[in-house]
Design a protein around this ligand. Structure first.
Ligand code: NDP
Length: 287
């Protein structure tokens, strides 16, 4: 990859706005030809303020694109059985094409997140977290792809770089971000290293990478001077710094001095996640 300094910005806000416009046009054309609006069910259990903001933003995006949003806001003590029963109802409802259960579920009430995600019909799994869909991703079959990893790949494609044979380092190995991103990079023929809290020399691993994906949740963990000159840096992290500002997992300014391309936080991966959620819902509806 070529060295260029400072880095070009990968603007997730602008790209997601373009994608939402395109989705809106697809929905309009479908409605104009006599179809009905695709439906996304959003299920929010409890009072977590961050979850409320995330769901509100997802609902607003539904409105913008013309999706029908079926929203369920439920008390934290609803209980596993009633939550599973609601999911079964949504699975059966022909007006619902995608189902999103906002995570995390409230702690202290014995919710089993794995059982909840597995109860969602794989065909309506807008978040791509169902174990069958995650297995399909690993085996390379077509299935809903988790939204944040899918958004990361869209941003990476904006660089126009050839990825085959290049080195990627993913920092973080969660089921919702790190592991699926690693699978998607592998499917693009990159040589992929997955790092985590037990990785011995993170600086050395990151320093080898043509593409770095940081999905940790530790402010500025990835230091700017670790970045290989010209590398693509995709920062998934959402953290608050000492002054309460929103920051990623990467030391942005120092990294931008070395990287070829970099995503900002906010305005990078975050907006892409919502665009991909709506895209998954449209795809589930056959649009
Ligand atoms: P998790 O907490 O599930 O996973 C964090 C990962 O980071 C784990 O694999 C952990 O390793 C690893 N890790 C922790 N500390 C270190 C360290 N010091 N060095 C190397 N690796 C470390 O987080 P998520 O994957 O759910 O989310 C990651 C970040 O992305 C968060 O900031 C979250 O808010 C953000 N996020 C943003 C989204 C968006 O739309 N932009 C969507 C989803 C998440 P180990 O497995 O060994 O514990």
């Amino acid at each position: 990859m070529t060295t260029s300094s400072p880095a070009q910005l990968l603007d997730g806000k602008a790209l997601s706005a373009r994608i939402l416009d395109e989705l809106q046009q697809r929905v309009s054309a479908h409605l104009a030809s006599g179809g009905s609006a695709p439906g996304l069910a959003t299920v929010l259990v409890g009072d977590d303020p961050a979850s409320h903001i995330y769901v509100r933003n997802k609902r607003r995006a539904c409105e913008k694109v013309g999706l029908n949003n079926i929203h369920h806001e439920l008390p934290e003590d609803l209980g596993q059985d009633r939550l599973l029963s609601l999911i079964q109802d949504l699975n059966q409802d022909p007006a619902v094409h995608g189902i999103l259960v906002q995570l995390p579920l409230p702690s202290g009430f014995d919710y089993d997140e794995h059982e909840v995600l597995a109860a969602i019909s794989p065909d309506k799994d807008a978040d791509g977290f169902h174990p069958l869909n995650q297995g399909a991703l690993m085996q390379g079959y077509r299935a809903p792809i988790p939204c944040t990893p899918k958004g990361v790949m869209r941003l990476l494609d904006e660089t126009g770089l050839a990825l085959s044979g290049k080195r990627a380092v993913v920092v973080g190995r969660s089921n919702i971000v790190g592991k699926p991103v690693a699978m998607l990079l592998l499917a693009r023929h990159m040589t992929v290293t997955v790092c985590h809290s037990r990785t011995r020399d993170l600086a050395a691993e990151v320093g080898n990478a043509d593409v770095v994906v940081a999905a940790v949740g530790v402010a500025k963990l990835v230091q700017g001077d670790w970045i290989k000159p010209g590398a693509v840096v995709l920062d998934v992290g959402i953290n608050r710094d000492e002054e309460g500002r929103l920051v990623g997992d990467v030391e942005f300014h120092a990294a931008a001095e070395r990287a070829g391309w970099i995503t900002p936080v906010p305005g990078g991966v975050g907006p892409m996640t919502i665009a991909m959620l709506l895209e998954n819902t449209l795809e589930a509806a056959g649009l």
